[in-house]
Design a protein around this ligand. Structure first.
Ligand SMILES: [Zn+2]
Length: 234
């Protein structure tokens, strides 16, 4: 299946109210689709023109930080033009987009603060990286999820989430399988998705999870494969 067809398929799927359809793009890039909302996180330059054209009904575009494997200005503007989705971004990213995106569509996310976009609520958490990085807990309807960018370990126990996207390493200098595990143990997700790491690092994370959190299912994200998960507990 081509990447364009894969995205079409994602947008044609209809997840139930406890389900999440997710597509991994590479690095920390994810498209998340719930029964109600579509959110794109850290698309960097992972979405080509043809793919951007197939996006529809995107409700929020989120950026964890300004590094090139998470944020690219031209692709971001392409996505914005195609979707008109509001953007919530770490302040360096937001500042870079100032003047290019209407002010009412652009919000700089301050760690510790919460933001609401219609039925989506987002808590911002300060991560640790080379330069500032925001991690996000996102709640949509029945589902809560956490995206850890490519951060090293920070305390996240106040943000329990059903679904967690956790970076296992490469090419991040701060992320590791061990840190991803420690964050998973605090977030207590029923589904953990390994992102932003080498195959070996993600497998190491998976093995650690099997030992420490055997009830959590672990997905090693593969680009452009749509997964439908039911992360809501009980
Ligand atoms: Zn990165």
């Amino acid at each position: 299946m081509s990447e364009v067809d894969a995205i079409k398929k994602l947008f044609a799927s209809s997840p139930g109210k406890d389900e999440v359809a997710l597509m991994y793009l590479g690095y920390s890039g994810i498209i998340v689709r719930t029964s109600k909302r579509v959110i794109i996180i850290d698309p960097a330059d992972l979405l080509k023109d043809e793919e951007v054209k197939t996006l529809k009904g995107v409700d929020l575009l989120l950026f964890t930080h300004s590094h090139g494997d998470h944020y690219k200005p031209d692709v971001t503007l392409n996505i914005f033009k195609a979707t008109n989705a509001p953007i919530l971004a770490e302040p360096i990213v937001a500042n870079d987009l100032k003047g290019k995106v209407p002010v009412n569509k652009l919000t700089a996310a301050t760690p510790g603060k919460a933001y609401t976009f219609d039925e989506i609520s987002v808590n911002t958490v300060q991560g640790i990286h080379r330069g500032p990085i925001n991690l996000y807990q996102i709640k949509v309807g029945e589902v809560s999820m956490f995206h850890a960018g490519d951060s090293g370990y920070v305390q996240v126990k106040d943000y329990p989430s059903d679904l967690a996207f956790l970076p296992t390493g490469s090419p991040s200098p701060t992320a590791s399988p061990e840190y991803a595990l420690t964050m998973a143990m605090e977030l207590k997700p029923s589904v953990a998705v390994a992102i932003h790491g080498s195959v070996d690092q993600s497998k190491e994370f998976e093995a650690k999870m099997k030992e420490k959190m055997p009830k959590t299912s672990v997905i090693i994200a593969e680009p452009y494969a749509t997964k439908i998960v039911t992360p809501k507990k009980g």
